[in-house]
Design a protein around this ligand. Sequence first.
Ligand code: 4AD
Ligand code: MG
Length: 429
Amino acid sequence: MYILLNDIKKYLNKTVILQGWIFNVRSSGSIYFLQFRDGTGEIQAVVSKKEVDKKSWETCESLTIESSIELAGRVYKEKRSPYGYEMQVNNIKLISLAQEYPLGKKAHGIEFLMDHRHLWVRSQRQAAILKIRDEIIYAIRTLLKNKGFILTDAPIFTPTSCEETTTLFKTKYFNKTAYLSQSGQLYLEALIYSLGKVYDFGPTFRAEKSKTRRHLTEFWMMDAEAAFVDHNENMKLQEQLVIYIIQQILKNRKRELKILERDILPLEKIKTPFEKITYDEIIQKLQKKGVKIKWGDDFGSDEETTISNMYHNPVFIEKYPAKTKAFYMKPDPDNPKLVLNNDLLAPEGYGEIIGGSQRIDDLNTLKQKIKEFKIDRKPLEWYIDLRRYGSVPHSGFGLGIERTVGWLCGLKHIREAIPFPRLINRLRP
Ligand code: 4AD
Ligand code: MG
Protein backbone atom coordinates (compact mmCIF):
# COMPACT_ATOMS: atom_id res chain seq x y z
CA MET A 1 0.00 0.00 0.00
CA TYR A 2 1.26 3.52 -0.87
CA ILE A 3 1.45 5.80 2.16
CA LEU A 4 2.68 9.28 3.02
CA LEU A 5 5.21 9.76 5.77
CA ASN A 6 2.97 12.06 7.76
CA ASP A 7 0.62 9.08 8.17
CA ILE A 8 3.36 6.68 9.20
CA LYS A 9 2.11 6.23 12.77
CA LYS A 10 -0.90 4.34 11.42
CA TYR A 11 1.29 1.77 9.67
CA LEU A 12 3.84 0.76 12.26
CA ASN A 13 5.17 -2.78 11.74
CA LYS A 14 3.31 -3.04 8.45
CA THR A 15 4.75 -3.35 4.98
CA VAL A 16 4.08 -0.24 2.92
CA ILE A 17 5.33 1.57 -0.18
CA LEU A 18 6.84 5.07 -0.11
CA GLN A 19 7.45 7.32 -3.10
CA GLY A 20 9.94 10.15 -2.94
CA TRP A 21 13.55 11.21 -3.10
CA ILE A 22 16.88 10.22 -1.64
CA PHE A 23 18.62 13.18 -0.04
CA ASN A 24 21.58 11.34 1.42
CA VAL A 25 23.17 7.91 1.14
CA ARG A 26 25.56 6.17 3.52
CA SER A 27 26.87 2.67 3.12
CA SER A 28 28.84 0.20 5.16
CA GLY A 29 29.44 -2.60 2.70
CA SER A 30 26.42 -4.83 2.94
CA ILE A 31 24.05 -2.21 4.36
CA TYR A 32 22.86 1.07 2.88
CA PHE A 33 21.24 3.85 4.87
CA LEU A 34 19.06 5.98 2.63
CA GLN A 35 17.81 9.34 3.86
CA PHE A 36 14.48 9.60 2.18
CA ARG A 37 11.79 12.31 1.98
CA ASP A 38 8.40 12.45 0.34
CA GLY A 39 7.40 16.07 0.92
CA THR A 40 5.37 15.25 4.01
CA GLY A 41 8.23 13.89 6.11
CA GLU A 42 11.55 12.13 6.25
CA ILE A 43 12.74 8.69 7.22
CA GLN A 44 15.88 6.58 7.21
CA ALA A 45 15.50 3.49 5.05
CA VAL A 46 17.79 0.57 5.76
CA VAL A 47 18.71 -1.70 2.88
CA SER A 48 20.50 -4.97 3.79
CA LYS A 49 22.01 -6.99 0.97
CA LYS A 50 20.63 -10.20 2.39
CA GLU A 51 17.06 -8.87 2.65
CA VAL A 52 16.55 -7.67 -0.93
CA ASP A 53 16.68 -9.25 -4.36
CA LYS A 54 19.62 -8.75 -6.70
CA LYS A 55 17.92 -6.06 -8.78
CA SER A 56 17.01 -3.96 -5.74
CA TRP A 57 20.56 -4.24 -4.44
CA GLU A 58 22.03 -3.10 -7.76
CA THR A 59 19.60 -0.20 -7.84
CA CYS A 60 20.63 0.72 -4.32
CA GLU A 61 24.31 0.69 -5.27
CA SER A 62 23.66 3.02 -8.19
CA LEU A 63 21.60 5.59 -6.22
CA THR A 64 22.63 9.22 -6.39
CA ILE A 65 21.44 12.12 -4.28
CA GLU A 66 18.01 13.42 -5.38
CA SER A 67 17.15 10.27 -7.33
CA SER A 68 13.44 9.51 -7.15
CA ILE A 69 12.49 6.04 -5.99
CA GLU A 70 9.81 3.78 -4.68
CA LEU A 71 10.64 1.84 -1.51
CA ALA A 72 8.70 -1.13 -0.19
CA GLY A 73 9.36 -2.35 3.31
CA ARG A 74 8.35 -2.59 6.92
CA VAL A 75 8.21 0.61 8.98
CA TYR A 76 8.89 0.66 12.71
CA LYS A 77 9.62 3.02 15.58
CA GLU A 78 13.30 3.84 16.08
CA LYS A 79 14.15 6.09 19.00
CA ARG A 80 17.73 6.64 17.85
CA SER A 81 16.63 8.04 14.50
CA PRO A 82 16.13 11.82 14.26
CA TYR A 83 12.88 11.10 12.43
CA GLY A 84 11.61 8.67 15.06
CA TYR A 85 11.00 5.88 12.51
CA GLU A 86 12.87 3.64 10.12
CA MET A 87 12.05 1.39 7.22
CA GLN A 88 13.60 -2.01 6.60
CA VAL A 89 13.50 -2.15 2.83
CA ASN A 90 12.62 -5.27 0.88
CA ASN A 91 12.24 -3.77 -2.58
CA ILE A 92 13.52 -0.70 -4.42
CA LYS A 93 12.20 0.64 -7.69
CA LEU A 94 14.08 3.45 -9.37
CA ILE A 95 11.89 6.16 -10.88
CA SER A 96 14.60 8.51 -12.12
CA LEU A 97 18.33 8.48 -11.50
CA ALA A 98 19.51 12.01 -10.70
CA GLN A 99 22.59 13.49 -12.32
CA GLU A 100 25.28 14.86 -10.03
CA TYR A 101 23.37 17.23 -7.76
CA PRO A 102 24.80 20.75 -7.76
CA LEU A 103 23.81 21.46 -4.16
CA GLY A 104 26.20 19.25 -2.28
CA LYS A 105 26.91 19.08 1.40
CA LYS A 106 29.49 21.85 1.29
CA ALA A 107 28.44 25.39 2.09
CA HIS A 108 27.46 27.45 -0.94
CA GLY A 109 27.47 31.21 -1.36
CA ILE A 110 24.14 32.98 -1.36
CA GLU A 111 24.20 33.93 -5.06
CA PHE A 112 24.83 30.31 -6.00
CA LEU A 113 21.94 29.20 -3.83
CA MET A 114 19.67 31.90 -5.25
CA ASP A 115 20.61 30.86 -8.81
CA HIS A 116 19.57 27.33 -7.81
CA ARG A 117 16.49 28.33 -5.88
CA HIS A 118 14.44 25.77 -7.85
CA LEU A 119 16.61 23.07 -6.23
CA TRP A 120 17.38 24.87 -2.96
CA VAL A 121 13.67 24.71 -2.01
CA ARG A 122 14.12 20.96 -1.55
CA SER A 123 16.36 21.41 1.49
CA GLN A 124 14.98 20.61 4.90
CA ARG A 125 15.46 24.19 6.03
CA GLN A 126 13.69 25.77 3.06
CA ALA A 127 10.85 23.26 3.31
CA ALA A 128 10.45 24.13 7.01
CA ILE A 129 10.15 27.84 6.15
CA LEU A 130 7.56 27.16 3.47
CA LYS A 131 5.53 25.02 5.86
CA ILE A 132 5.54 27.81 8.43
CA ARG A 133 4.52 30.24 5.71
CA ASP A 134 1.56 28.00 4.91
CA GLU A 135 0.63 27.84 8.60
CA ILE A 136 0.73 31.65 8.90
CA ILE A 137 -1.55 32.07 5.89
CA TYR A 138 -3.92 29.43 7.20
CA ALA A 139 -4.02 31.10 10.63
CA ILE A 140 -4.85 34.46 9.06
CA ARG A 141 -7.66 32.98 7.00
CA THR A 142 -9.04 31.05 9.95
CA LEU A 143 -9.09 33.97 12.35
CA LEU A 144 -10.57 36.40 9.86
CA LYS A 145 -13.20 33.94 8.73
CA ASN A 146 -14.13 33.27 12.36
CA LYS A 147 -14.53 37.01 12.82
CA GLY A 148 -16.92 37.26 9.88
CA PHE A 149 -14.52 38.67 7.28
CA ILE A 150 -15.16 37.68 3.67
CA LEU A 151 -12.21 36.85 1.44
CA THR A 152 -12.47 38.84 -1.74
CA ASP A 153 -9.98 39.91 -4.37
CA ALA A 154 -8.54 43.13 -5.68
CA PRO A 155 -7.13 43.57 -9.19
CA ILE A 156 -3.41 43.45 -9.97
CA PHE A 157 -3.54 45.80 -12.99
CA THR A 158 -4.55 49.18 -11.63
CA PRO A 159 -4.93 52.65 -13.14
CA THR A 160 -3.24 54.47 -10.26
CA SER A 161 -1.14 54.07 -7.12
CA CYS A 162 -2.27 53.21 -3.61
CA GLU A 163 0.96 53.98 -1.82
CA GLU A 164 4.07 55.88 -2.89
CA THR A 165 4.19 56.72 -6.60
CA THR A 166 7.97 56.33 -6.55
CA THR A 167 7.71 52.55 -6.21
CA LEU A 168 5.14 51.92 -8.95
CA PHE A 169 5.76 49.27 -11.56
CA LYS A 170 4.49 50.56 -14.86
CA THR A 171 3.39 48.25 -17.62
CA LYS A 172 1.84 48.56 -21.05
CA TYR A 173 -1.84 47.74 -21.06
CA PHE A 174 -2.86 47.60 -24.74
CA ASN A 175 -2.66 51.27 -25.73
CA LYS A 176 -2.79 52.50 -22.13
CA THR A 177 -0.55 52.39 -19.07
CA ALA A 178 -1.30 50.21 -16.07
CA TYR A 179 0.45 49.91 -12.74
CA LEU A 180 0.93 46.73 -10.77
CA SER A 181 -0.98 46.82 -7.50
CA GLN A 182 0.87 48.01 -4.40
CA SER A 183 -2.00 47.01 -2.11
CA GLY A 184 -5.62 45.96 -2.61
CA GLN A 185 -6.81 48.46 -0.03
CA LEU A 186 -8.67 50.98 -2.19
CA TYR A 187 -10.72 48.20 -3.76
CA LEU A 188 -11.48 46.66 -0.40
CA GLU A 189 -12.81 50.02 0.70
CA ALA A 190 -15.39 49.70 -2.09
CA LEU A 191 -16.26 46.15 -1.06
CA ILE A 192 -17.09 46.97 2.58
CA TYR A 193 -20.29 48.63 1.32
CA SER A 194 -21.29 45.28 -0.07
CA LEU A 195 -19.82 42.83 2.44
CA GLY A 196 -19.13 44.77 5.65
CA LYS A 197 -15.85 43.15 6.64
CA VAL A 198 -13.49 41.98 3.94
CA TYR A 199 -9.94 40.85 3.34
CA ASP A 200 -7.80 40.02 0.37
CA PHE A 201 -4.64 38.04 -0.04
CA GLY A 202 -2.50 38.40 -3.09
CA PRO A 203 0.75 39.49 -4.66
CA THR A 204 1.68 43.15 -4.49
CA PHE A 205 4.48 44.94 -6.25
CA ARG A 206 6.86 47.73 -5.38
CA ALA A 207 9.85 48.89 -7.32
CA GLU A 208 12.05 49.08 -4.24
CA LYS A 209 15.29 50.48 -5.48
CA SER A 210 17.37 49.82 -2.41
CA LYS A 211 18.80 46.50 -1.27
CA THR A 212 17.68 45.71 2.25
CA ARG A 213 16.98 42.53 4.14
CA ARG A 214 13.31 43.55 4.43
CA HIS A 215 12.28 44.47 0.90
CA LEU A 216 11.08 42.37 -1.99
CA THR A 217 9.77 43.83 -5.24
CA GLU A 218 6.98 41.24 -5.32
CA PHE A 219 5.50 40.24 -1.98
CA TRP A 220 2.23 38.90 -0.64
CA MET A 221 -0.05 41.08 1.38
CA MET A 222 -3.18 40.45 3.35
CA ASP A 223 -5.29 43.60 3.45
CA ALA A 224 -8.28 43.72 5.80
CA GLU A 225 -10.94 46.44 5.77
CA ALA A 226 -14.06 46.89 7.90
CA ALA A 227 -16.97 49.29 8.05
CA PHE A 228 -17.82 50.97 11.36
CA VAL A 229 -14.39 50.18 12.81
CA ASP A 230 -12.28 53.01 14.23
CA HIS A 231 -8.53 53.41 14.69
CA ASN A 232 -8.43 51.73 18.12
CA GLU A 233 -10.63 48.82 17.09
CA ASN A 234 -8.43 48.42 14.04
CA MET A 235 -5.36 48.00 16.23
CA LYS A 236 -7.23 45.54 18.45
CA LEU A 237 -7.89 43.32 15.45
CA GLN A 238 -4.25 43.47 14.37
CA GLU A 239 -3.22 42.43 17.86
CA GLN A 240 -5.66 39.51 17.89
CA LEU A 241 -4.45 38.41 14.49
CA VAL A 242 -0.76 38.50 15.34
CA ILE A 243 -1.14 36.67 18.64
CA TYR A 244 -3.29 34.03 16.97
CA ILE A 245 -0.66 33.47 14.27
CA ILE A 246 2.02 33.03 16.94
CA GLN A 247 -0.11 30.57 18.91
CA GLN A 248 -0.81 28.47 15.83
CA ILE A 249 2.85 28.36 14.79
CA LEU A 250 3.93 27.34 18.27
CA LYS A 251 1.23 24.71 18.39
CA ASN A 252 1.57 23.19 14.92
CA ARG A 253 5.06 23.94 13.67
CA LYS A 254 7.42 23.26 16.59
CA ARG A 255 9.37 20.73 14.54
CA GLU A 256 9.99 23.20 11.72
CA LEU A 257 11.01 25.94 14.19
CA LYS A 258 13.51 23.47 15.63
CA ILE A 259 14.90 22.67 12.18
CA LEU A 260 15.42 26.41 11.73
CA GLU A 261 17.05 26.62 15.17
CA ARG A 262 14.59 29.38 15.96
CA ASP A 263 14.78 30.33 19.65
CA ILE A 264 11.09 30.10 20.51
CA LEU A 265 11.36 31.68 23.96
CA PRO A 266 10.89 35.24 22.65
CA LEU A 267 7.79 34.05 20.79
CA GLU A 268 6.37 32.21 23.78
CA LYS A 269 6.81 35.31 25.94
CA ILE A 270 4.75 37.57 23.69
CA LYS A 271 1.67 38.83 25.48
CA THR A 272 -1.21 41.14 24.69
CA PRO A 273 -1.97 43.98 24.95
CA PHE A 274 0.82 45.29 22.73
CA GLU A 275 2.09 48.68 23.81
CA LYS A 276 0.97 51.75 21.85
CA ILE A 277 3.46 54.58 21.39
CA THR A 278 2.81 57.72 19.44
CA TYR A 279 5.10 58.89 16.68
CA ASP A 280 5.90 61.96 18.82
CA GLU A 281 7.01 59.79 21.73
CA ILE A 282 9.13 57.47 19.64
CA ILE A 283 10.91 60.39 17.97
CA GLN A 284 11.87 61.69 21.41
CA LYS A 285 13.05 58.25 22.48
CA LEU A 286 15.18 57.88 19.37
CA GLN A 287 16.66 61.35 19.80
CA LYS A 288 17.55 60.48 23.42
CA LYS A 289 19.40 57.42 22.09
CA GLY A 290 21.40 59.73 19.83
CA VAL A 291 19.65 58.75 16.59
CA LYS A 292 19.72 61.63 14.10
CA ILE A 293 16.04 62.02 13.31
CA LYS A 294 13.73 65.00 13.47
CA TRP A 295 9.98 65.35 13.76
CA GLY A 296 8.42 64.84 10.35
CA ASP A 297 10.94 62.25 9.11
CA ASP A 298 9.74 58.77 8.29
CA PHE A 299 11.67 55.85 9.71
CA GLY A 300 14.33 54.21 7.60
CA SER A 301 15.43 50.63 7.98
CA ASP A 302 17.98 51.51 10.69
CA GLU A 303 15.52 53.41 12.86
CA GLU A 304 13.02 50.59 12.53
CA THR A 305 15.62 48.11 13.71
CA THR A 306 16.50 50.34 16.68
CA ILE A 307 12.85 50.71 17.73
CA SER A 308 12.17 47.05 17.18
CA ASN A 309 15.08 46.09 19.43
CA MET A 310 13.69 48.27 22.23
CA TYR A 311 10.69 45.97 22.84
CA HIS A 312 10.06 42.31 23.57
CA ASN A 313 6.50 42.44 22.29
CA PRO A 314 5.32 43.75 18.95
CA VAL A 315 4.67 47.46 19.36
CA PHE A 316 2.21 49.86 17.75
CA ILE A 317 3.56 53.20 16.59
CA GLU A 318 0.57 55.42 15.97
CA LYS A 319 -0.37 58.89 14.73
CA TYR A 320 2.33 59.77 12.24
CA PRO A 321 2.61 63.20 10.63
CA ALA A 322 0.06 63.32 7.80
CA LYS A 323 2.76 64.38 5.34
CA THR A 324 4.80 61.19 5.78
CA LYS A 325 1.89 58.86 5.09
CA ALA A 326 -0.60 58.04 2.33
CA PHE A 327 -3.37 60.41 1.20
CA TYR A 328 -6.31 58.30 2.39
CA MET A 329 -5.58 58.39 6.13
CA LYS A 330 -8.00 60.16 8.43
CA PRO A 331 -6.64 63.25 10.21
CA ASP A 332 -6.50 63.01 13.99
CA PRO A 333 -9.38 65.21 15.27
CA ASP A 334 -7.13 66.31 18.18
CA ASN A 335 -4.31 67.38 15.89
CA PRO A 336 -4.98 67.52 12.14
CA LYS A 337 -1.21 67.52 11.42
CA LEU A 338 -1.33 63.84 12.44
CA VAL A 339 -3.26 60.90 11.06
CA LEU A 340 -5.10 58.04 12.77
CA ASN A 341 -2.71 55.37 11.55
CA ASN A 342 -0.42 52.75 12.97
CA ASP A 343 2.50 50.61 12.03
CA LEU A 344 2.99 47.39 13.96
CA LEU A 345 6.67 46.62 14.54
CA ALA A 346 7.81 43.10 15.33
CA PRO A 347 10.49 42.72 18.01
CA GLU A 348 14.01 41.24 17.73
CA GLY A 349 15.01 43.83 15.15
CA TYR A 350 12.48 42.69 12.54
CA GLY A 351 10.55 45.95 12.27
CA GLU A 352 7.30 46.75 10.47
CA ILE A 353 5.01 43.86 9.63
CA ILE A 354 1.71 45.77 9.41
CA GLY A 355 0.63 49.21 8.24
CA GLY A 356 -2.92 50.35 8.90
CA SER A 357 -5.19 53.33 9.46
CA GLN A 358 -8.65 54.73 9.80
CA ARG A 359 -9.62 56.14 6.39
CA ILE A 360 -10.98 59.55 5.48
CA ASP A 361 -14.77 59.18 5.25
CA ASP A 362 -15.67 62.80 4.52
CA LEU A 363 -15.98 63.76 0.85
CA ASN A 364 -14.50 67.24 1.07
CA THR A 365 -11.61 66.22 3.31
CA LEU A 366 -10.67 63.52 0.83
CA LYS A 367 -10.88 65.88 -2.16
CA GLN A 368 -8.78 68.42 -0.30
CA LYS A 369 -6.15 65.83 0.64
CA ILE A 370 -5.88 64.56 -2.93
CA LYS A 371 -5.28 68.14 -4.01
CA GLU A 372 -2.66 68.78 -1.31
CA PHE A 373 -0.83 65.60 -2.26
CA LYS A 374 -0.92 66.69 -5.94
CA ILE A 375 -2.44 63.37 -6.97
CA ASP A 376 -4.22 63.06 -10.31
CA ARG A 377 -7.87 62.92 -9.31
CA LYS A 378 -9.32 61.44 -12.47
CA PRO A 379 -8.31 57.82 -11.99
CA LEU A 380 -9.50 58.11 -8.36
CA GLU A 381 -13.03 59.37 -9.10
CA TRP A 382 -14.49 55.94 -8.38
CA TYR A 383 -12.76 55.96 -4.97
CA ILE A 384 -14.09 59.43 -4.20
CA ASP A 385 -17.56 58.12 -5.12
CA LEU A 386 -17.41 55.89 -2.05
CA ARG A 387 -17.74 59.08 0.05
CA ARG A 388 -20.74 60.22 -2.03
CA TYR A 389 -22.95 57.19 -1.51
CA GLY A 390 -23.40 56.18 2.10
CA SER A 391 -19.93 56.89 3.47
CA VAL A 392 -19.17 55.36 6.89
CA PRO A 393 -16.26 55.40 9.32
CA HIS A 394 -13.95 52.55 8.38
CA SER A 395 -10.45 51.25 8.93
CA GLY A 396 -8.10 48.59 7.69
CA PHE A 397 -4.58 47.35 7.55
CA GLY A 398 -2.14 45.36 5.45
CA LEU A 399 0.10 42.61 6.77
CA GLY A 400 3.20 41.64 4.79
CA ILE A 401 3.38 37.84 4.69
CA GLU A 402 7.11 37.58 4.05
CA ARG A 403 7.95 40.05 6.82
CA THR A 404 5.87 37.93 9.19
CA VAL A 405 7.49 34.69 7.96
CA GLY A 406 10.95 36.26 8.31
CA TRP A 407 10.30 37.29 11.89
CA LEU A 408 8.63 34.09 13.08
CA CYS A 409 11.24 31.88 11.41
CA GLY A 410 14.07 34.08 12.65
CA LEU A 411 15.46 34.61 9.12
CA LYS A 412 18.36 36.95 8.45
CA HIS A 413 16.95 38.00 5.08
CA ILE A 414 13.46 38.16 3.57
CA ARG A 415 14.58 36.33 0.40
CA GLU A 416 14.08 32.96 2.12
CA ALA A 417 10.49 33.80 3.15
CA ILE A 418 8.98 33.35 -0.32
CA PRO A 419 9.44 30.42 -2.73
CA PHE A 420 10.86 32.47 -5.60
CA PRO A 421 12.00 35.89 -4.40
CA ARG A 422 11.98 38.91 -6.65
CA LEU A 423 14.55 41.51 -5.71
CA ILE A 424 16.05 44.52 -7.43
CA ASN A 425 18.82 42.35 -8.91
CA ARG A 426 16.95 39.06 -9.18
CA LEU A 427 14.27 37.94 -11.61
CA ARG A 428 15.47 34.34 -11.98
CA PRO A 429 14.74 31.46 -11.66
O1 4AD B 1 2.59 49.76 5.14
P1 4AD B 1 2.15 49.44 3.76
O2 4AD B 1 2.75 50.21 2.66
O3 4AD B 1 0.58 49.62 3.79
C1 4AD B 1 -0.25 49.52 2.72
O4 4AD B 1 0.06 49.18 1.62
C2 4AD B 1 -1.70 49.75 3.06
N1 4AD B 1 -2.41 50.11 1.83
C3 4AD B 1 -2.25 48.50 3.67
C4 4AD B 1 -3.66 48.64 4.15
O5 4AD B 1 -3.93 49.50 4.93
N2 4AD B 1 -4.54 47.82 3.66
O6 4AD B 1 2.36 47.89 3.47
C5 4AD B 1 1.79 46.91 4.31
C6 4AD B 1 2.82 45.89 4.71
C7 4AD B 1 4.02 46.45 5.46
O7 4AD B 1 3.74 46.64 6.80
C8 4AD B 1 5.04 45.35 5.24
O8 4AD B 1 4.82 44.27 6.13
C9 4AD B 1 4.71 44.88 3.85
O9 4AD B 1 3.39 45.28 3.57
N3 4AD B 1 5.62 45.45 2.85
C10 4AD B 1 6.61 44.77 2.26
N4 4AD B 1 7.04 43.51 2.40
C11 4AD B 1 8.09 43.10 1.65
N5 4AD B 1 8.70 43.89 0.75
C12 4AD B 1 8.30 45.16 0.56
N6 4AD B 1 8.91 45.92 -0.36
C13 4AD B 1 7.22 45.66 1.34
N7 4AD B 1 6.57 46.84 1.40
C14 4AD B 1 5.60 46.69 2.33
MG1 MG C 1 4.11 50.92 5.97
